[in-house]
Ligand binder design. Sequence first.
Ligand code: BG6
Length: 518
Amino acid sequence: MVFTENRKTIAKKSVRQADPCVIVIFGASGDLTKRKLIPALYNLASNNLLPDEFAVVGVARHGQSSEEFRSKISEDFKEFAPSNFEQKLWDWLESRIYYLSGEFKDSETYVKLKMFLSKIDQKFGTQGNYLYYLATAPRFFCNIVSELGNAGLTTESQEQWRRVVIEKPFGTDLESAQALNRQITSVLNECQIYRIDHYLGKETVQNILMFRFGNGMFEPIWNYRYIDHVQITVAETVGVGSRGGYYDTSGALRDMVQNHLFQLLAMVGMEPPVSFDADAVRDEKSKVMKAIVPMSEADVLNYAVRGQYGSGFANDKKVPGYRTEDGIAPNSNTETFAAMKLSIDNWRWAGVPFYLRTGKRMTERVSEIAIQFKQAPSLLFRDTPIDQLAPNFLVLRVQPNEGITMQFGAKVPGPTMKMGKVAMNFCYSDYFSSTPTTGYETLIYDCAIGDATLFQRSDNVELGWSVVKPMLDVWQNLPYGHFPNYGAGSWGPIEADQLLERDGRKWREIDPNFCGMG
Ligand code: BG6
């Protein structure tokens, strides 16, 4: 970076900058670009992780010049800029943003793009390295990839790389994901494809690997001998918002479980990889997904619960039910909540159920993984007032107020034997200063240095779809009429509680005061 020599020196000494490259954003006039991608690029620049040999080209249908696009992006950025905004840094980034208008399905667009990119290469020294970011509706994914291929824009050489980032949803079921994989791998090598799951960009999700494999004390107890069960909760307070059109054809299983929740499950359940090499990590993730016992139709009816919210309260405000939201069919059968019990049939997890739940319009916005340990033998306390031992939980709080907490029992001071529930908390904010982040910084940076560890390989995605397939199939054939079955602002349908109660367990009570929340 030219304007602060000091920063440049620091960056050289510490972390490698991204390779010289052009990021080509297809669908650049959409929300993702303004909310996440441009702010993430700004944050990368402010951490000195972008080289001078860098540019962005937005491609979309809307006819406008690069100047017009830049001024629109600058205007939008005011809303999403971090509090430590530096005008000079923004000027640096803004001067590298260009725009090309064109239809995604039109070959002419790619002929123009090729010429455009070669001019950018000459101007910025970006060396023919191109990162294509498909921030478009999924129906364009195949077209864009095949047109890029036809135009010779995906051909790599010793000197230059070409990579494609594909946003979710990657397919809508197993068959469509397989077909999409077949189509894009007929143009690209697997190592050129970066299937994104933004949960893997979250610091706390990445920290699961550090926590498990960077410390000696947890891994020995991370198995069926000591763990009773695992609960994964990804709860949102928001409703379907303005995304009704998409969501009503998707639902919680496709939108959240197949990708985000399974990423969390894989991080918790995987075996230690032989290295942090992308394929070593992704191999282990695939292995644990393969070990999930496939559900029969009867299993789906017994061990999976779906829900749809009715009217209720969110953040103390009255909110409408799902079926009356914009873009939702009045008799919609789409689930806004899903819970399930999964079994992992391998040595580590034999007999340890994984309970997963996610939903919109729930009581709190919280994502956490709670690991409940087996009870100590309670014989010792038989002749005391302690009739029940509190369960030991290790909780990895993904968001908000990221942290890790260990919950255990302690003696209440006094002459009688009483047990109180206590906790040791680690809050990120107490130890690390927070840098502004959208969650996309690491992911974009990793693409630009060619590290695919945090991206989904084709088999990872397909395995996710195979696990949800029985639920998709059974649910789609269930009769209408059971919805809504939970009120906005609740923890979901009663059946989700019964799922654990039948096993003598219950969902952990989420602590709203954790790490300063509440
Ligand atoms: C997206 C889903 O992938 O993740 C949304 O499409 C959901 O429906 C969002 O709201 C949740 O992400 P986060 O980062 O807010 O937990």
